[in-house]
Every structure is written in C-alpha cells, then in structure tokens.
Design a binder for this molecule. Structure first.
Ligand code: LLP
Length: 466
C-alpha cells in the first residue's frame, strides 16, 4: 500500500475506477446517471428513506455492460471460424452474488461459478441454467455434492484425489454421471497479496502438476464409473495485472492435456480461471481490457496447441472481480473528524464514517488501497492529508490509510469509496453486531434493492436467548 496521499481521481479523469454511469454533476455532487449519490437522493429514487449506515450502490447497466464485453471478447477470440472450439465465461460468484445479478449475467450468456452450498443454491434458485453452473471447493460437503449432482450442474472441480471416489459413489447411487474437472496447481505464482495467489505449490488448492498428482487425478477419473473428465482447470491468483502468468499457466495445463490425449484420455475443456485485476486508485495502472485478455489467451492457446500438435480445447474463464468491482461503490456518511499528532510530529485528520471493516475488510486483510471522494458536493478549498476510518472497536479499522480530502469535510458530508463491488459485501461481517449494508441497484431513474440492508433485528434474530 502506498502512503503517499492522493486526491481521488474524478470519474472524468479515471473512468476505469468508477461505475460507467458516474459523473460529477453541475451541482457538484457525484451521480450515477440522473441519480445523485447522497443517502437522501438515493432514498428518493428508492421511494423510501435509507436507514442509518453505509449503502453499497451498484450501477446495473455498468455491470451488464462489463459482462457483455467479457462475453463478446471471449466469443470473438475463440470463434470456431478461427479454428477454435469456443469459449464460456463463468462469473465467480464469491466476488458478490444476488439473484437479480445472476439473472442479469446469465441473460447475456455468462455461467455462474460457485464455491459453497449457499452460492450454489442461490445460483440455481435465481434460475441459472445448471449446465452453466460450476462448483469449486477444497472441502466439499455431502450437501454440496448432492445438490450439484441432483441439479445436474455442468462441472464439479476436483481439488483432491479422495474426492473423486466420494463423488463417484454418490453419483452411482443417484444413477447420474458426475462431470469433473481437475484443478491443477501449475506452480505459477501471481496475485496482489500472498493470501490471494493460489497456484504456488505450498498452499491448500489444487493438485500438483510437478508431483504428478494432477495427472493421477485425471487418469483416475477416466477409469472410474460414475464420473467423466470434462476438463482441466487452473486458477493462479487474484488481482493480477500482468497477463504473463496466465500464459505460463495455460502452457502448463495444455501440456498436461497433451500428455493425457496421448494416453487416449479426452479433455474437451480447459478453464483458465479468474484473477483479472482492476485499478482501485489513481496510483494503479489501467488494467488490461477484456479484449486484450481474451486476445492474449487465444493467441497463447493457439500457439501452445500448435507446438504440442493437439486440437484446441474449449476454453472457459472465471472472472469475478473484473466483472463487478468498478461498477459498484460504497457511500458512507461522515460521523466525526479529529486532528491527531502523528509520531513524526505532523497532524493527521481522522475522518470517521458510519461503516468500516464490517463492510470492507480488504484494507485490513490485504493492505488494499482505495480512493475516496467527497460525494455530496464539489470538493473545494484546501485538501489535507486524511485517514478514513470506520466505526468499529479496533484501531486497525481503517478504510483509506492516506487520502487527500477537503479540509472542511465534516458531519453532514458523504464519502464515496469506488471499486467496492468485489469481495466487499461478500466478505462483510456482523462485527460489533453491525447490520450489514444493503446493495442498491441503480437502473436509469429507478433504484431497487438487490440485497436489502440488514436490520439490528435481523442480526439479533439468531440469538436463541432473546
Ligand atoms: N476462480 C477461482 C477458482 C477462484 O478461487 C477465484 C477467486 C476466482 C475464480 C475469481 O477470482 P477474481 O477474478 O475475482 O480475482 N478476497 C480476495 C480475493 C480472493 C479470490 C478467491 N478466489 C480479495 O478481496 O482480493
């Protein structure tokens, strides 16, 4: 994380870190389309005042647009007319899921990648085509496996060898054939933080290419009744800006595929995972476009398959963050400000807002940097070095470590933190019995909840003693 204070770029300066419809209107307030980004104006658009606490605002057209661009970029790059076998984009639901989001994404052709009973249940109940739903997990439960097999989802991604027989046994009992992919650990290390880099060897995910575990899993699947090998899978990490790692991983997985083909084992599909990075602040480089990613993957796959003298498999990918993150922002109310003297003897302005680590754990967990902008009026006057902190009982509850905010920011003002669409609400907690914020979808002049805000009663309703 950089500690150099920086003013938040305006939507006109860095459109990539704002929802597609974001502008700063003539009255000085931020807006998405015609709707000003204040709690009051959002309440007006919704038709009911917003309760206390932050609100997560999703620009629906922007999300749909991003999904469509992914879908068409991949379809074009892997078009059969170019000798390819097609492509499929699966949205990684762990980034954020809601039923209406599932419907928006599937209506433009995306599949849904899930990693838990909750995500899988939601995707299916929201109406996703089971054939275009996948299930991940390094510790799948019987309930997850059962739901996956009974609903006929298109792929279960295997993460360990014993899992194969477990799934096969259940599939035989149910009289179905389980479509399995093998998650391959390629040894390629990429990603913004060591917790979110997943393809190096010493971590919990996947089956190693180097030790032969991945090959063994594929061979076992091919030889086991009740399961079918539908593909190989690689996911190397998250928030990756440099495409080279994806190329190296694709090369490794396609190499294993060629080996299996030589042994007569068909591998119709290769999934190259998610992990495509986005910019969060003005200090971040603009991320590669979806078209650049798709073209890069297609070139790599074609080149490697030519070298290996194999056919080209169907390719799938699983972007989460890059579908949704920049199309969503969180709007906080300023509750208090204070000036403190730092250890270096300088003065630092603390700006406390009505949310914090319960709605965005990423700054605390990954040292993730965010930008922050005054939302309800035009920033004016002097900008001073400020730290935006939450309301939780932890001194580490920091949302933005270093920001330049107008010196006159105070209670009554509202702050927007952009790029909160991925791993914000989905990793939210009830720490301090916080009611988790709602996700409000803006659609032209209308606003409606995708996820209604929790109330304290919701939180307390689990307490069996009340
Ligand atoms: N596929 C698999 C198998 C994954 O494990 C993940 C993310 C994705 C796809 C989607 O990755 P994306 O395109 O969103 O980078 N909580 C962390 C990120 C954890 C990612 C976990 N797996 C964060 O907030 O940065």
């Amino acid at each position: 994380m950089t500690d150099a204070p920086a003013a938040c770029p305006e939507p006109s300066d860095r459109p990539d870190i704002w929802p597609g419809g974001a502008t700063r209107g003539t009255d000085g307030a931020l807006a998405i389309g015609p709707i000003r980004l204040t709690h009051e104006a959002l309440g007006d658009a919704l038709g009911a005042p917003l309760a206390a606490g932050p609100v997560i605002v999703a620009d629906r057209a922007s999300i749909r647009g991003r999904a469509e661009v992914w879908q068409s970029a991949m379809a074009e790059a892997f078009w059969s007319g170019y000798g390819m076998a097609g492509a499929q984009v699966y949205y990684a639901g762990k980034a954020f899921l809601a039923a209406e989001l599932v419907r928006d994404l599937t209506s433009v052709g995306l599949g849904i990648d899930t990693a838990s009973l909750g995500e899988l249940t939601l995707a299916l109940r929201a109406g996703a085509d089971p054939a275009l739903v996948g299930l991940h997990g390094n510790a799948k439960t019987d309930a997850e496996i059962d739901l996956a097999l009974r609903s006929g989802i298109g792929r279960l991604i295997i993460d360990s060898i014993p899992e194969i027989e477990r799934i096969a046994a259940r599939a035989r009992e149910l009289g179905v054939c389980a479509p399995l992919m093998v998650r391959v650990t390629t040894g390629v290390h990429a990603g913004g933080h060591s917790f979110i880099a997943t393809a190096h060897e010493d971590q919990k995910f996947g089956l190693s290419l180097a030790t032969g575990a991945a090959r063994e899993a594929a061979e076992r699947i091919a030889a086991t009744e009740g399961v079918a090998l539908v593909g190989l899978h690689s996911h190397i990490g998250s928030q990756i800006m440099d495409l080279a790692g994806f190329g190296a991983a694709a090369r490794a997985v396609l190499g294993l595929r060629a080996e299996l083909l030589r042994k007569g084992i068909e591998v119709p599909e290769v999934d190259l995972g998610g992990g495509y990075g986005v910019a969060y602040t003005g200090a971040d480089a603009v991320a590669p476009t979806q078209k650049q990613v798709a073209d890069f993957l297609a070139e790599t796959v074609r080149e490697v398959c030519t070298e290996l003298a194999t056919d080209i498999p169907r390719i799938s990918i699983e972007p989460g963050r890059s579908v949704i993150a920049p199309a969503v922002l969180t709007l906080y109310r300023v509750m208090a400000t204070k000036d403190v003297v730092t250890q270096e003897g300088t003065t630092r302005r603390y700006v406390a807002v009505d949310g914090g680590m319960s709605d965005n754990i990423r700054p605390v967990l990954y040292d993730a940097a965010y930008a922050v902008a005054l939302a309800n009026r035009a920033p004016s006057g002097d900008l001073i070095s400020s730290r935006v902190v939450g309301k939780h009982c932890e001194s580490g509850d920091i949302l933005v470590r270093e920001a330049l905010l107008p010196a006159d920011v105070g209670p009554g003002d509202e702050l927007a933190i952009p790029v909160t669409g991925a791993y914000g609400r989905s990793m939210a907690s009830n720490y301090n019995m916080a009611a988790r914020p709602g996700v409000l979808a803006l659609d032209g002049e209308a606003a409606h909840w995708w996820l209604r805000p929790e109330t304290v009663d919701d939180v307390l309703s689990l307490d069996a003693g009340l």
